[in-house]
Design a protein around this ligand. Structure first.
Ligand code: SAM
Length: 249
């Protein structure tokens, strides 16, 4: 069943009215008719099953049938932060990472990031990534679409460390010296409702002085096994491992 994300929080109503892009998708793309059902997912992560009651020139009217009860979200809040990689790799991370349950994506200019985006380009890119996240969240039946934040400075990432219960830095040099326990230990110490920020480098990896600053702010460096993964593969490995740890037991 098709799923649509609304920007407002849930409120009990006699009828729900959707317009704009969602109207276009229901009526023109899906060619739905009255009596057909969709999921409406609200900004506060509550979703309902709703039936179309009427379609007019510019609005679809729906009534609530029931609440969606199944829990689709990872029990811990995971934010994936990536040093800007080349090309469309960040788009790829956002799409696949949304399917795997990330709550938020942050992009930042790491020292070895090749791409340099100005404020205008970042705003345009943010809009595109938000759209990708919404489509992936609809496709994977998530209860909300992850937030996207693209930073102009690496310092702005360090400034949010204190908002998280744990901050991990996936560091290729840790992997090379056989560090294998920090990631697993951090996960075992987290309980439902807590939050973790995990930071990944771009193609060139992290510079030692960058790592030193992360560590000064209580970031924990960790290895992700003996193989060096591409910048776009490492976040997906981490999200899969988190799902295994918290959802398949
Ligand atoms: N240029 C680096 C090198 O040759 O060692 C590799 C960088 S890797 C392509 C990009 C990012 O993925 C790294 O900065 C790190 O965040 C993450 N990464 C990849 N493999 C990893 C591993 N085995 N352990 C920890 N982090 C890893």
């Amino acid at each position: 069943m098709q799923r649509y994300f609304l920007t407002e929080p849930y409120e009990t109503k006699e009828q729900y009215i959707v317009t704009g892009e969602i109207y276009h998708h229901i009526v023109r793309v899906m060619r739905m008719e009255p009596k057909q059902q969709v999921f409406l997912a609200f900004s506060d992560r509550l979703a309902i099953i709703a039936e179309i009651t009427e379609i007019t020139e510019d609005a679809v009217y729906l009534k609530e049938l029931s609440k969606e009860l199944a829990e689709k979200e990872l029990p811990i809040n995971v934010t994936i932060a990536c040093g800007y990689p080349k090309g469309d790799k960040f788009e790829w991370v956002v799409q696949k990472g949304t399917e795997l349950g990330s709550h938020k994506f942050i992009g930042f200019p790491a020292k070895s990031s090749v791409v340099k985006w100005d404020r205008k380009k970042l705003a345009k890119k943010t809009e595109r990534l938000k759209k990708i996240a919404i489509e992936a969240a609809e496709q994977s039946h998530r209860q909300f679409a992850p937030d996207i934040v693209l930073l102009e400075k690496e310092q702005a990432l360090i400034d949010v460390f204190s908002n998280y219960d744990k901050v991990l830095i996936a560091y290729e040099e840790s992997a090379k010296v056989g560090e294998r326990s920090h990631f697993a230990t951090a996960l075992s110490e987290l309980t439902a409702g807590e939050s973790i920020l995990i930071i990944f480098g771009p193609e060139g990896g992290f510079a030692p002085d960058e790592i030193a600053v992360f560590q000064e702010h209580n970031g924990i460096i960790c290895g992700l096994g003996p193989r060096i993964l591409r910048a776009e593969t490492a976040p997906l490995y981490v999200l899969s491992a988190i799902s295994y740890q918290f959802e398949l037991v």
